[in-house]
Ligand binder design. Structure first.
Ligand code: ADP
Ligand code: MG
Length: 211
């Protein structure tokens, strides 16, 4: 079970690793979008890292994730600022008062976040968006319970399979839709971001246990 301070340290790790992922995300969005996804994520997670390394002390896990979502929404811009901001903010509200992050609270967070992303953006599974990675993660998370160190590796694997599946999809939403069939064979950049966020959470959680 992960307390709020550990969750804050985990999200600091995620923020730094997402900033480092800028070139990869830029490359994917240059291929099927307008090329700004990496820069948006970099800007958002730089702001998140700055917040988490300040004297900010979240009262609980819900407030931590809510604040991260608000920070992303305020700094990123673009479709993904609204989409990832909505995921974090609505997911956080669904675990109001949570003092620990475990598989159950993570699963509730992801499922509520997914629901809010559906409502906000109107996309659905198969439209070649971050939803395809998120849906896979939600489904896998519901098969597990207990500690994050046991569930996250499987959740990450599922999310990456969701990313792989976007290669066979034709974008029908966002900037990639103008490409039509030319988006085939390439992953959706937002889906890559979604899987990476979970992968970096997993990296921190499992290293924490090994240490
Ligand atoms: P923009 O499309 O404004 O250039 P970004 O490049 O930062 O924004 O982000 C693009 C990503 O946002 C896409 O790869 C996709 O995963 C995600 N996205 C865009 N529109 C939606 C939507 N309606 N629902 C879910 N995700 C979306
Ligand atoms: Mg873009």
């Amino acid at each position: 079970m992960m307390d709020v301070l550990t969750a804050k340290n985990m999200m600091t790790h995620v923020a730094h690793k997402m900033v480092e992922s800028e070139p990869l995300l830029t490359k994917f969005d240059q291929t099927i979008g307008d090329g700004d996804h990496g820069i948006g994520m970099e800007r958002g997670f730089n702001a998140v890292a700055e917040l988490l390394e300040s004297d900010y002390q979240p009262q609980d896990v819900s407030k931590l994730l809510l604040k991260i979502g608000s920070t992303m929404m305020a700094t990123m811009g673009g479709a993904s600022g609204a989409i990832f901001g909505t995921l974090f903010r609505s997911g956080a509200k669904a675990i109001k008062g949570a003092t620990v992050l475990d598989t159950s609270s993570l699963s509730t967070f992801l499922a509520a976040g997914l629901h809010a992303v559906y409502e906000r953006g109107g996309a659905k599974p198969g439209d070649k968006t971050m939803i395809d990675a998120l849906v896979a993660a939600v489904k896998e998370s519901e098969k597990h319970s207990g500690d994050l160190t046991e569930s996250l590796p499987a959740i990450v694997k599922a999310a990456h399979q969701g990313v792989e599946a976007t290669k066979d999809m034709i974008a029908t939403t966002g900037k990639a839709k103008t490409l039509g069939e030319r988006s085939l064979g390439h992953p959706d950049p937002g889906a890559v971001s979604m899987a990476l966020i979970l992968e970096f959470m997993c990296e921190f959680a499992t290293e924490q246990v090994a240490a």
